[in-house]
Design a binder for this molecule. Structure first.
Ligand code: ARG
Length: 279
């Protein structure tokens, strides 16, 4: 009789699925105001360098076989590069964004118009929410952040419109003001996250939902290492998140390191620049 060892879910064969992303070239990128602790207008930012780093991110997606759509950047909206905040798109339906800060308010209608033109059924939100910055979609559940930007009422509005269960998670560290700065889906069933970004109750929820989660250190979180994009196998992640990159490799994923240090001056990383269009 053979006894098989206690097994973790298979790590040998991680499978990628082809994604469709929306991105916005940071032609008008700058740090002109402060709406999160990463932003210091006195330090400024280099738009040309931001564009070069962003171009490499886009190239990485194309090399992985993903599709990348582009929305035209608008002058006067330096944070429009952070396409994740433009909406939440699931099953061909788009839940529109309604920004917390007036500086970004005009981005909501800009993304909504693009999505409508592409044929997505769009709901104009009644409640403040910053799209995929605070809503992360897994196979059976949508994880939703609150505490800094997105209202609790928006979690319910999204659940009703999209017909998917939405689980609220409370963010408590101002450096990790959007859910996507503290957690990312590895695949349809599992996530990686930095526990210190969450309230005690939300940490317990995460432990219960994701017993096999990849846990990241504060050092990895502090370089926005959790602001990563996985296709189920390949994980596009900030290059400085070195411990996380090693952990992901050990767990059978293929890390794809990128340098988005210029965009981090506004508090953003790879995921912030990427809105997934799920049909
Ligand atoms: N400066 C932007 C803000 O504070 C950065 C947004 C980053 N986006 C994200 N999905 N986390 O709103």
């Amino acid at each position: 009789m053979t006894v098989s060892p206690a097994m973790e879910p298979a790590t040998a064969q991680r499978a990628a699925t082809r994604r469709r992303y929306l991105m916005c070239r940071p032609e008008h990128f700058t740090v002109a105001y402060t709406i999160n602790p990463w932003m210091d207008p006195a330090l400024g930012a280099d738009a040309a360098l931001a564009v070069a780093q962003w171009d490499r991110l886009r190239a990485a997606y194309l090399e992985l076989g993903h599709e990348v759509e582009l929305i035209d950047p608008l002058p006067g909206l330096p944070d429009m590069v952070f396409a994740a905040n433009g909406a939440l798109v699931v099953g061909g339906r788009a839940y529109g964004a309604r920004f917390t800060h007036p500086e970004r308010a005009a981005e909501g209608p800009a993304y909504a118009t693009w999505l409508r033109t592409q044929g997505f059924e769009l709901l104009e939100p009644s409640h403040t929410n910053e799209g995929e910055g605070d809503f992360l979609t897994l196979d059976h559940v949508i994880l939703a952040g609150t505490g800094f930007r997105t209202d609790l009422a928006a979690h319910q509005e999204a659940q009703e419109f999209l017909g998917r269960p939405v689980v609220t998670l409370r963010l408590v560290d101002p450096r990790f003001y959007h859910l996507d700065t503290a957690l990312f889906p590895l695949d349809g069933d599992n996530v990686a996250y930095y526990p210190g970004a969450f309230s005690p109750g939300s940490r317990s929820v995460l432990e219960r939902l994701f017993p096999h989660a990849v846990l990241a250190s504060e050092q990895d979180a502090a370089v926005l290492g959790l602001n990563a994009v996985s296709d189920g196998r390949n994980v596009v992640v900030n290059a400085e998140a070195s411990t996380l990159i090693t952990t992901l490799s050990t767990a059978g994923y293929h890390p794809v390191p990128v340098d988005l240090s210029e965009l981090r001056k506004a508090g953003g990383g790879p995921k912030c620049c990427t809105l997934e269009l799920r049909t």
